[in-house]
Design a protein around this ligand. Structure first.
Ligand code: URA
Length: 272
C-alpha cells in the first residue's frame, strides 16, 4: 500500500511532514532514481535518497505504529551508539523485524523512570515538540531547604541560560531531611531542565524519576529494565494527543522477540 512520500519519511523519523515537503520542493529527495515531486507516493521497497544518501529500507518499517513503555534504570543512556560503550536503553527492547524503536525524548543517565519508544518517527517528533505542550511528570528527591518563595518562583518562571522555564505544578510528596520528595509537572523537555530549575534556587536533585508522559503512567508493576507495549486504546490516545489519525492495524500484526538478558537486581524506589 503506497502512501505520500513525506508521510513515509516522517514516520521513518527524518523530520516532520512539512519539513520533508520543503526538501521535496527543493529537489533534495529522489524516488527510484528521479527527483521526487510533491504528491508522489512511495512504498517500503522503493529506493529513496535524501541529499544523495539512501534511506535504508529497514528504517521504513511496516508502517504500523507501535509504542513501548520502558522503565529506564539509572546508568543507561538514551542514544543509540555510544563511543564510550555505555549501556543504552535500546539493548533490552523487543527486536523488530522491520523499522526501529525511536525514543520519545531523552532522560539523563542518572534519571530513571518512564520512557516511551515508538516505531513512528512522526509520532515521536510531534509528542516531543514544545508546541504540543505534552505534560511530563517527575518525582524529585531534593537536598536543601525549600521554602514557599522558591516554589512560587519555580512556578512563575526563572531565567535559565537557554531562556525562561517553569514548573506547571509542584506537589509536596513528603519525606524528611535528605529524603524529601516533590512531584513536578512541566510541558517541555529541555536538557537537564528539571535539575537546572531546582539548581537555580540552590537546591540539589539527588534522585529524579519520570513517572508520567501525557496520559501514560509508569505504574508500579513494570520493573526497572522492563518494557511493555501499549494496547490500541492508550496508543490511539497518544496519537490523538499528537494530532494524528488512530492506528487500525492490530498489534499482533508483527511478532517480536525480546532479547534474553538477566533482569537487573530488585531495588525499591519511591514515587515510581
Ligand atoms: N530533566 C532533567 O533534568 N533530567 C532528565 O533526565 C529529565 C528532565
Amino acid at each position: 500500500m503506497s502512501e505520500k512520500l513525506q508521510k513515509v519519511l516522517a514516520r521513518a523519523g527524518y523530520g516532520s511532514r512539512r519539513e520533508i515537503e520543503g526538501w521535496i520542493k527543493a529537489g533534495r529527495v529522489t524516488l527510484n532514481g528521479v527527483p521526487a515531486n510533491l504528491g508522489d507516493r512511495a512504498e517500503v521497497q522503493d529506493k529513496i535518497l535524501i541529499d544523495g544518501q539512501p534511506v535504508p529500507q529497514h528504517r521504513l518499517g511496516t508502517g504500523k505504529c507501535r509504542v513501548l513503555v520502558y522503565h529506564k534504570p539509572e546508568g543507561e543512556i538514551c542514544t543509540r551508539d555510544d563511543p564510550e560503550q555505555r549501556k543504552t536503553i535500546f539493548e533490552r527492547l523487543p527486536v523488530l523485524r522491520a523499522g526501529r524503536w525511536i525514543a520519545i525524548g531523552r532522560l539523563d543517565i542518572n534519571t530513571s523512570g518512564l520512557i516511551l519508544l515508538t516505531t513512528d518517527g512522526e509520532l515521536a517528533h510531534r509528542l516531543m515538540h514544545p508546541s504540543r505542550a505534552v505534560e511530563r511528570e517527575y518525582a524529585v528527591r531534593v537536598l536543601g531547604e525549600v521554602d514557599a518563595a522558591m516554589l512560587a518562583r519555580l512556578k512563575q518562571g526563572v531565567m535559565l541560560e537557554d531562556g525562561d522555564a517553569h514548573f506547571d505544578s509542584i506537589a509536596d510528596a513528603g519525606g524528611d531531611g535528605a529524603n524529601h520528595w516533590y512531584h513536578v509537572v512541566l510541558k517541555e523537555g529541555r536538557k537537564h531542565e528539571v535539575r537546572r530549575l531546582w539548581e537555580s534556587q540552590g537546591i540539589t536533585v539527588s534522585r529524579l524519576i519520570r513517572i508520567r508522559y501525557g496520559d501514560i503512567q509508569l505504574g508500579r508493576t513494570l520493573r526497572r529494565g522492563q518494557s511493555k507495549e501499549l494496547e490500541s486504546e492508550e496508543l490511539n490516545g497518544l496519537r490523538v494527543l499528537a494530532g494524528l489519525e488512530p492506528e487500525t492495524v492490530p498489534a499482533s500484526a508483527e511478532k517480536v522477540r525480546t532479547p534474553r538478558r538477566p533482569s537487573p537486581p530488585k531495588r525499591r524506589i519511591r514515587g515510581g
